[in-house]
Design a protein around this ligand. Structure first.
Ligand SMILES: [Zn+2]
Length: 255
C-alpha cells in the first residue's frame, strides 16, 4: 500500500495526512502500431507517476497521485477503430471539476502528468488560472525531456523504439514479438512549412501511417527502456519534490 497513491491508500491515512501537491496522470486509449496495447499511454502514465512520486515522497515531498484519466484527445483518428476521443473542451470541464475539489481543500498545486502527444493542456491551464487564482497548475510531458538520443537510434513519436522499450521493460506480457510490429513508417506534409515548427496543422493519422505507428520499434529492448525510465522518473521526481516544497510566493527568482 503506497501512501502517495490515492487509489491505494485509505481514509484512515488520508484523514490525518497533509498533501501540498496533487499529480493527475493523463493518458489516452488508442492503437499503438500492431504490437503494443491500447493502454500503452495509461500504463506509462501510471508507472511514471508512481515512480516519480515515490522518489519525491521519500525526500519528504507531500505528493499524492490521483488515478489516471484513461482517455485523451484523439480528434485526428476518428477512423481508427476504438481510438477513443475526449475533446479539449471536455478536458477543461473535467479539470474544472477536479480542481474545484483540490482548491476547496487547500491543495493548491497540481501537475498534469501527460503521456499522450495529442493532449496539450497549455491553453486549458491559461483558462483555469483565471477561474482558480490560488492554484498553481502546470503540465509535464515526459516525451519532451531531453536525453532519449543517448539510448535510442530512432526516437520515433508513437509506438516507436522509445515507447516499445518502456513497455518491454514495464509490461512485457502485453507486448507482441517485434516480428509482429509494423515499421512505423510515416508520411509528412507535402506543403513544407507544415513540417516545420512555425506552421502547424493536425495530421489525419491514417493518411500518415498504415500501422498507426510513427517511428520504427525494431531496435527496442527492455534494457534501454529501463535506463531511460530511470532517467525520466528521477527528473520528474526532482521536479515534483521541488514543486511540493516551494513557497508559492517564491516561484520566481532573478536570472
Ligand atoms: Zn503512446
Amino acid at each position: 500500500m503506497r501512501p502517495y497513491l490515492l487509489a491505494e491508500t485509505n481514509w484512515k491515512a488520508i484523514k490525518k495526512a497533509d498533501f501540498r501537491l496533487a499529480v493527475l496522470p493523463w493518458g489516452a486509449t488508442e492503437a499503438h502500431n500492431y504490437h503494443l496495447p491500447y493502454s500503452t499511454d495509461n500504463i506509462l502514465a501510471d508507472r511514471i507517476a508512481a515512480e516519480a512520486a515515490r522518489l519525491a515522497f521519500k525526500r519528504g515531498g507531500k505528493v499524492i497521485v490521483l488515478p489516471t484519466i484513461p482517455f485523451g484527445v484523439n480528434t485526428g483518428q476518428p477512423d481508427v477503430k476504438f481510438d477513443m476521443n475526449l475533446n479539449p473542451g471536455t478536458q477543461l470541464m473535467i479539470l474544472k471539476d477536479l480542481i474545484t475539489v483540490l482548491d476547496r481543500q487547500d491543495i493548491h498545486k497540481l501537475v498534469i502528468l501527460n503521456t499522450h502527444g495529442g493532449n496539450d493542456f497549455k491553453q486549458i491551464i491559461r483558462e483555469l488560472n483565471l477561474l482558480f487564482p490560488e492554484m498553481f497548475i502546470c503540465q509535464c510531458n515526459w516525451f519532451k525531456i531531453p536525453g532519449a538520443e543517448r539510448y535510442f537510434e530512432d526516437n520515433g513519436e508513437h509506438a516507436g523504439e522509445v515507447e516499445t522499450s518502456f513497455m518491454q521493460y514495464l509490461t512485457p506480457e502485453l507486448v507482441l514479438p517485434l516480428s509482429e510490429a509494423g515499421e512505423g513508417k510515416a508520411r509528412v506534409f507535402s506543403v513544407d512549412a507544415l513540417n516545420e515548427e512555425w506552421a502547424w496543422a493536425e495530421r489525419k493519422w491514417t493518411k500518415v501511417t498504415k500501422d498507426t505507428g510513427i517511428g520504427n520499434p525494431a531496435l527496442a529492448t527492455a534494457e534501454k527502456g529501463e535506463a531511460f525510465f530511470k532517467l525520466i522518473t528521477e527528473k520528474i521526481g526532482d521536479f515534483l519534490y521541488e514543486l511540493a516544497v516551494v513557497n508559492p510566493d517564491h516561484l520566481y527568482k532573478e536570472k
